[in-house]
Design a protein around this ligand. Sequence first.
Ligand code: ATP
Length: 449
Amino acid sequence: MSSNDTALMEKIVSLCKRRGFVFPASEIYGGISNTYDYGPLGVELLRRVKNAWWNAMVLERSDIVGLDSAIIQNPKTWETSGHVSGFSDPMVDCKKCKARFRADKLDDSRCPERSSKKPTECGGELTEPRAFNLMFKTNIGAAESSSSVAYLRPETAQGIFLNFQNVLNSTRIKPPFGIAQIGKSFRNEITPGNFVFRTREFEQAEMEFFVPPAENDRWYEHWKTERFNWYVGLGIDPAKLRQREHDKDELAHYSTGTNDIEYLYPFGWGELEGVACRTDFDLKRHSEASGVDLRFFDPETKERYFPYVIEPAAGVNRAALTLLIDAFEEQDVEGEVRTVLHFHPQVAPITVGVFPLVKKEGMPEKAAEIERVLRRAHFSTFYDEKAAIGRRYRRQDEIGTPFCVTIDGDTMSQDIVTVRHRDSMKQDKVAVKELEAFLRDAIGSWKRA
Ligand code: ATP
């Protein structure tokens, strides 16, 4: 990372803490490494990412249904899926400082004692790589015997495979169709880092799309394109997005093809989402191990078969981080720095700031009334009467609020407010009775500058 890029990440981390997007977890006890809590604005950002995903994947389609499966499943799940034996990263230890690194990510790692050096450059000797399983183990019940060992799920996908027959039986849906799920996953990552990019606890948004095997390639292309376009639709700069097909030796044991959607982070290109062909691997394995037939029976052709699976797997926290980084800009406005997050209005934690120009002449009361009306119409609003109006605008720019409505003398005499746009800083005069429609239109027609 160049010093500019490091500085950019530091600015984003600092803004996140200052304005209540992301806090270091357990901070009063000195923190816990690479674990974060989401503050009032962060939780709204995550919620909007999840809503946008759920809308695109479930609500706007007739061929995908939702699911919410348990985090702790029968441990046989993970033996069968291959996670107990194979979900590991190669790990090396430094014999000098005892730090641990991922053997395949040494170039991205730094010596904890000499932070300008990579582990291979600092003079410390590394051990031979050995496999380190990423699953968190826990125990069920009071006894700590081996029979009670269970795992926190490292992906949400397996809960979907376990419920494949339940969903078929309860919905009468048939391939090609999908099951979508959003939820927490846990991985004991060896080298987490880059803020919330890689943490040990994170939220995934995964969808397993079950298709007749002959339709695999068509649906793989479909989902690669759909998912790429979803990020562009959220306002992310397409010039900083790319698709990367995995080499054969990179593919997971179950996959015949995987395409990563990558973003150019300040620390380099990184995976934002993976779209994988999982074939019939999971359903077949779970059928064999459980003795329950998980094939689909097609009543028309009288054929019984294991569908193939295309899986778009996104990370909610990584998507939120990407939106923050991509939206961040420092502009020079009349000799002063204006910090602005150019969020798409669909994901901005607050959509409309409402301000009385001054704290007198009935303006606060009128502003509070307008804010209440907008809030009841399901806009996410923020009322502020403190400080000079320019400063209030800047505070909203910094958290990405796309519109500010100011109640001034014209409001009191003619029922007209001023709407100020975050990106252009232009202002429009709008009649109060047309405000809601005006804002809806501005949200709908928003384009990345
Ligand atoms: P990576 O190569 O970055 O470890 P992966 O290929 O193991 O990721 P997948 O198993 O495909 O990741 O998971 C799907 C998505 O879940 C990733 O694209 C990412 O957005 C998110 N994700 C995976 N691991 C983490 C993590 N440790 N912290 C935050 N998000 C994660």
